[in-house]
Ligand binder design. Structure first.
Ligand code: GTR
Length: 432
C-alpha cells in the first residue's frame, strides 16, 4: 500500500536526523560528543600557572594570540595603512523622520581613490551630544551593503560585488533597490538610537568578497595575500580581513567627536560573529564584544564536535581561516587551543555570547561553555563572569560581571529580543 502523503512527508522530515549522527562534518547528537579536555587558559606553555593579571597581560595573552594567529585565523599582516584617509560623503541631521542623524563616509585604504576602500554608515541620536558625552556605539559588519540595515531610501546603494540572492534582491551579484532594508530587523536602528547609542556598519564585501576570489582582491592586495590554497600556512583568510576592517572602522570612529571611541561595542552574526570575536580579541580598543550565533570557529568549542565541525567549515569555506587550521580537520582533540580562550583573550573587557534554540549547527551549548570556561581569566581581574554553572534556560538571559549569555527561542538570526539583551548589557557595561 502506498504511503500517505503525510507519512511520506514525515519520513522525509526525519531523514536528516537519521543521517545526522553518522554523516562526517557535523553532529547533532549530544550522546556522540566525545570526552574532551580543554586547554587551561591560565597555564603558560612552559607549564607555569598564571596567578595574576600582569602575567596574563604580558605573557599568557600574547602566547594565546600567537597560537590563534598561527593555527586558526592566520596572522594579521599589518594595522592602519599609512595612506588611509576618509571623507564624509553625506550627513542628514533629520534622518528617519527626525529620529536620527545619518552620516556616510568613504574610507580609502591607500592614497588612490580607485584602490581598496570601504563605506561606513553611522546613525546616532538626534541633536549634538554634549561635548563630554559623545555617543557609545555599536559597530558591526553587514551582509548586503549598508543599504540593507534600514529601509531609509537615502542610504547609498552598494555597488560592490555581493552574493546573488533572490531572497535579498541581489541580482547578478549587485544590490538592487529591493535590497534596501532587507536586514532591517537584524539591525534595529531605530531601537538602538532611541536607547541613546549610535550604530555604525560596514559592508563585509568591501573588505573581502565572501568567495575564494576575495583573497586576491580588495584589502588582500594591500598585503600580497596568497590565493586560497597558495597561502603560507599562517596567512590570514577572509575572517582575518573582516576583523581588520572592523579595526579600521574604529580608527575612523575615533576621529568623530560625536562618537565615544572608548565605548564601542563590536558585534556580528554568524560568520560575522566569528570576525567580531577575532577583532575584539586582537584589538583592545573594543570595549564590548558581542557574538550572535557565531558557532564553529566563533564562540562554540571545537573539541565538543557538536554541530558544524572543523573539517566541515574548512571544506565549505576554505578561504575563511588559515590553511594551517585544516591540520585539525577531524583532529579537534589535537588543537592546542579552544574557543573559550578566544573569549578569554578579550578579558577583562565584557563579552556577550548569544545562541538560538533552533540553531544546533552553531552548537548553543558549546557557545555557552566557551563563555563559562573563560571565567578563570575574568576572575584574575576580580570579575565573576557569568556566575552560573549551567546553561540558562531559553529566554532567561544572564547579564553577569564581564560575561553575558542568552539563548532565545527561534532560529539562526538576530532579533529584537537579542537587541534588547545587548542594549541591557550595554547599559550595564558601557553607559557608566
Ligand atoms: C554557515 C556556516 C556557519 C555560519 C553560517 C553563516 O553556512 O557553516 O559557520 O558561518 O554559514 O554565516 O550564516
Amino acid at each position: 500500500m502506498p504511503l500517505s502523503y503525510r507519512a511520506a512527508a514525515s519520513l522525509l522530515f526525519l531523514l536528516p536526523a537519521l543521517f545526522a549522527a553518522n554523516t562526517p562534518g557535523f553532529n547533532y547528537e549530544e550522546a556522540s560528543v566525545p570526552p574532551y579536555s580543554l586547554p587551561d587558559p591560565l597555564m603558560l606553555i612552559r607549564g607555569t600557572p598564571v596567578t595574576d593579571a600582569a602575567t596574563w597581560r604580558t605573557q599568557r595573552r600574547p602566547e594565546l594570540l600567537e597560537i590563534f594567529s598561527r593555527e586558526i585565523y592566520g596572522r594579521t599582516p599589518g594595522g592602519r595603512p599609512s595612506q588611509m584617509h576618509w571623507a564624509i560623503t553625506s550627513v542628514d541631521r533629520a534622518a528617519l523622520g527626525g529620529k536620527a542623524v545619518r552620516k556616510e563616509l568613504t574610507v580609502w585604504f591607500t592614497e588612490k581613490k580607485d584602490g581598496p576602500k570601504m563605506h561606513l554608515i553611522i546613525y546616532q541620536p538626534p541633536g549634538a551630544p554634549a561635548a563630554h558625552t559623545p555617543w557609545p556605539t555599536f559597530l558591526g559588519l553587514n551582509y548586503f551593503g549598508n543599504n540593507c540595515i534600514n529601509a531609509d531610501p537615502h542610504i547609498s546603494l552598494s555597488t560592490a560585488w555581493m552574493r546573488t540572492s533572490a531572497e535579498f534582491k541581489v541580482i547578478n551579484n549587485r544590490a538592487t533597490e529591493g535590497t534596501r532594508g532587507v536586514h532591517a530587523s537584524r539591525w534595529n536602528v531605530e531601537a538602538i538610537v532611541a536607547r541613546g547609542y549610535a550604530t555604525a556598519s560596514i559592508y563585509y564585501g568591501d573588505l573581502c568578497e565572501d568567495r575564494p576570489e576575495g583573497l586576491t582582491r580588495d584589502v588582500a592586495t594591500l598585503f600580497g595575500t596568497g590565493s586560497v590554497d597558495q597561502r603560507r600556512p599562517d596567512e590570514w583568510g577572509a575572517i582575518g580581513i573582516w576583523a581588520w576592517g572592523l579595526s579600521r572602522a574604529l580608527d575612523v570612529l575615533n576621529a568623530d567627536p560625536e562618537i565615544d571611541a572608548r565605548r564601542v561595542a563590536v558585534h556580528g552574526h554568524s560568520r560575522l560573529g566569528k570576525a567580531a570575536l577575532w577583532a575584539g580579541a586582537q584589538d583592545e580598543r573594543f570595549a564590548l564584544v558581542i557574538s550572535n550565533d557565531s558557532g564553529a570557529g566563533g564562540a562554540a568549542l571545537s573539541k565538543r564536535i557538536f554541530g558544524e565541525t572543523v573539517e566541515r567549515i574548512n571544506t565549505s569555506f576554505p578561504f575563511w581561516f588559515s590553511t594551517r587550521f585544516r591540520t585539525y580537520n577531524a583532529r579537534e582533540a589535537s588543537l592546542p587551543v579552544d574557543q573559550h580562550q578566544l573569549i578569554a583573550l578579550i578579558a577583562p573587557r565584557p563579552v556577550h555570547v548569544a545562541s538560538a534554540e533552533g540553531d544546533p549547527w552553531a552548537d548553543p551549548r558549546g557557545e555557552f561553555l566557551s563563555a563559562h570556561h573563560a571565567e578563570p581569566v575574568y576572575a584574575l581581574f576580580g570579575k565573576k563572569g557569568l556566575g552560573v554553572k549551567n546553561q540558562p534556560a531559553v529566554n532567561q538571559p544572564v547579564l553577569g560581571d564581564g560575561l553575558a549569555y542568552h539563548i532565545r527561542t527561534g532560529v539562526h538570526d538576530i532579533t529584537a529580543y537579542d537587541w534588547t539583551q545587548y542594549l541591557n548589557f550595554g547599559d550595564k557595561v558601557l553607559n557608566r
